[in-house]
Ligand binder design. Structure first.
Ligand SMILES: Cc1cc2nc3c(=O)[nH]c(=O)nc-3n(C[C@H](O)[C@H](O)[C@H](O)COP(=O)(O)O)c2cc1C
Length: 329
């Protein structure tokens, strides 16, 4: 007999999942032998994320985290995605199944508490192709594809698409207000993006930074050794794509995002999810047709690289307590 407390503990670990602007747009119901994941539509960012894709993707990341947390406790799971056609907010039910936990998922567990979004300059040391292949395999296992943006031209086009997406959003009424709302939380807030987790763009970049601009940035960039050339780093940009483009695909894309981020963290790589180019619809189409040239739909960009030498440990990001996100059983 599975203890309800085992499931509560697994959900508590899942709360460490990344989410757009750290909105943590999820609610959980713990039942005997199963956990339900529900979207919290009150935490939706209507201007930044009009289709609710980022929201569902963030919940997908939490769904993968809970599977990993069950696996490490030796629990096998069966996941029913979008189980109730009458209730689109009921995103998944994770039922405890027979047999032992998945060992590949269990191996990712330590990374749940070590992973952070790193928005600083990364190292000039390239990420080996073999590592990128392993990350792509993680995405595939979770039901999505991971497409590396390789080659100078493709990379240049992607950076241009990201810059254009940022410009489009900047001129979208309400975008700035949403950003302010989620970056200027009150002192004891358990959500939102703190200035201590955001670095200003590094000085000396040859092009524009692919990262989202936040209003406040108090995190120091790692020091660049003198005479080291431009500040550009060797971080890779990888795109999560899916064959379809509905809520089920977004959920899968979120699960794949979590699998890639956790596996990269295990490899000691630093990671940054980047969603601006998929939030602005025109930029998303450019990314699909003019950068990637694929029929699949881009869902999220993941920046992956070695941390720069001397980079300080990143602060722990806040999360709401379990009791704040539980629905009555
Ligand atoms: C769907 C999604 C979109 C995100 N988009 C961005 C982004 O465009 N820029 C960024 O710096 N971080 C982005 N993030 C990272 C979140 O801001 C981050 O997960 C959250 O602030 C919690 O911090 P942590 O990842 O360090 O735990 C995104 C995360 C998710 C899941």
């Amino acid at each position: 007999m599975i203890q309800t407390t085992d499931l509560g503990v697994a959900v508590e670990h899942a709360l460490r999942a990344p989410s757009v602007h750290n909105t943590q747009p999820w609610r959980w119901r713990i039942r005997p032998e199963a956990v339900e994941l529900h979207a919290d539509w009150n935490r939706h960012l209507p201007v930044t994320d009009p289709d609710r894709r980022d929201l569902v993707l963030s919940c997908g990341a939490a769904l993968h985290h809970v599977q990993v947390a069950c696996a490490v406790r030796g629990l096998a799971v069966e996941v029913d995605r979008l189980p109730d056609p009458e209730d689109p907010g009921h995103l998944a039910t994770v039922a405890i199944g027979p047999g032992p936990g998945d060992s590949a998922d269990a191996a990712l567990f330590p990374a749940i508490h070590r992973r952070r979004t790193d928005r600083r300059r990364m190292s000039h040391r390239p990420v080996p192709a073999g590592y990128l292949r392993k990350l792509a395999e993680q995405a595939r296992r979770a039901g999505a594809l991971l497409v590396p943006v390789t080659g100078a031209l493709m990379r240049q086009r992607l950076t241009a698409a990201l810059t254009e997406a940022a410009r489009r959003q900047e001129f979208t009424p309400g975008y700035g207000a949403e950003l302010q709302l989620w970056t200027r939380r009150y002192a004891a807030a358990r959500d939102g993006v703190a200035a201590a987790s955001v670095a200003p763009p590094p000085a000396g970049l040859t092009g524009s930074s692919p990262l989202r601009r936040f209003p406040r940035a108090q995190l120091s960039q790692p020091r660049q050794p003198p005479g080291h050339g431009p500040a550009d780093d060797a971080a890779e940009l990888l795109v999560i794509t899916t064959a379809g483009d509905g809520p089920l695909d977004w959920l899968r894309a979120g699960e794949a995002t979590s699998a890639v981020l956790l596996a990269a963290t295990r490899m000691e790589l630093a990671t940054t999810p980047l969603s601006q180019a998929v939030e602005a619809e025109l930029s998303r189409r450019e990314l699909q047709h003019e950068v990637l040239h694929v029929p699949e739909h881009p869902q999220l960009i993941i920046r992956v690289g070695w941390p720069a030498s001397g980079a300080a440990e990143l602060p722990v990001t806040p999360r709401r307590d379990l009791s704040s996100v539980l629905l009555p059983s």
